[in-house]
Design a protein around this ligand. Structure first.
Ligand code: PMT
Length: 223
């Protein structure tokens, strides 16, 4: 690790939890802090890549030397990724993307009245960004996904790798409090397209990001 060279490679990295608006002051989101994606953007930048970080709102400082594109919703993220994909050499999708969005987002604040003891929210599936990427990906491009799972980590991860035509997938167990969402540490199992797996120890997101970027550099070399 640490020797990865991505000089001249244009890499898109996504981070944070997307927000799906219910009304002007409320949204649905998840526990993602953005730390994993920001660490990957920083590691790619250290390796010499030209990095664009497409990020949902986070509390994190912008990594130096990285171009930042702020987004909010899954649809924003899809648009930002898909417009930049043709000019990119690679994509790492570390963002925690909402799977469902409200069918209607109210223009005005939803009011509590005497008539509505219950409020029913109707949700529809969001666009699957990696699925859309798979459909237009060139053979020279490297696409890395994550899988956030609470059970059957490797089986579900393999299915996502295959279905989304990924070069590499980092599967993390998000049912554990010490890793995954929010903390400074993580543990991932890298699932490679050739069928082999490699598990990291529980370590800093910075260290995992460095390892991930080393794998990305190796995959570019094999292309
Ligand atoms: O941000 P942190 O607090 O540091 O936490 C890091 C993390 C746990 C969020 C991160 O390591 C992680 O696992 N990110 C992916 C979360 C996720 O959305 O996983 P998923 O299994 O639901 O989705 C699989 C892959 O498809 C992901 O790469 C995701 O970005 C992508 N996806 C998901 C839904 C969707 N509509 N479009 C997508 O492209």
């Amino acid at each position: 690790a640490g020797t990865a060279d991505l000089t001249g490679k244009r890499l898109l990295v996504t981070a944070g939890g997307t927000r799906e608006r219910l009304d002007p002051v409320r949204f649905l989101t998840n526990d993602s802090s953005g730390k994993m994606g920001y660490a990957i953007a920083a590691a790619a930048q250290r390796a010499g890549a030209d990095v664009t970080l497409i990020t949902a709102p986070t509390k994190l400082p912008v990594p130096s030397g990285v171009t930042v594109v702020p987004i909010e919703s899954t649809q924003d993220l899809a648009d930002a990724v898909l417009t930049r994909l043709p000019a990119a050499d690679g994509l790492v999708m570390a963002a925690a993307v909402a799977d469902f969005q409200p069918i209607e987002s109210a223009d005005q604040k939803i009011k509590k009245t005497n008539a509505n003891d219950e409020l029913v929210l109707r949700l529809k599936k969001t666009p699957d960004i990696l699925q859309a990427v798979a459909a237009q990906k060139r053979p020279d491009q490297v696409v890395v996904g994550f899988a956030a799972e609470t059970q059957h980590l490797l089986e579900n991860g393999r299915q996502k790798l295959t279905k989304k035509h990924l070069d590499l997938l980092a599967a993390n167990d998000v049912s554990r409090a010490d890793i995954g969402f929010n903390g400074d540490n993580n543990q991932v199992t890298f699932l490679f397209a050739d069928g082999h797996n490699e598990q990291t120890p529980v370590t800093s997101k910075r260290a995992i990001a460095t390892t991930l970027i080393t794998h990305v550099a190796e995959i570019f070399n094999q292309k």
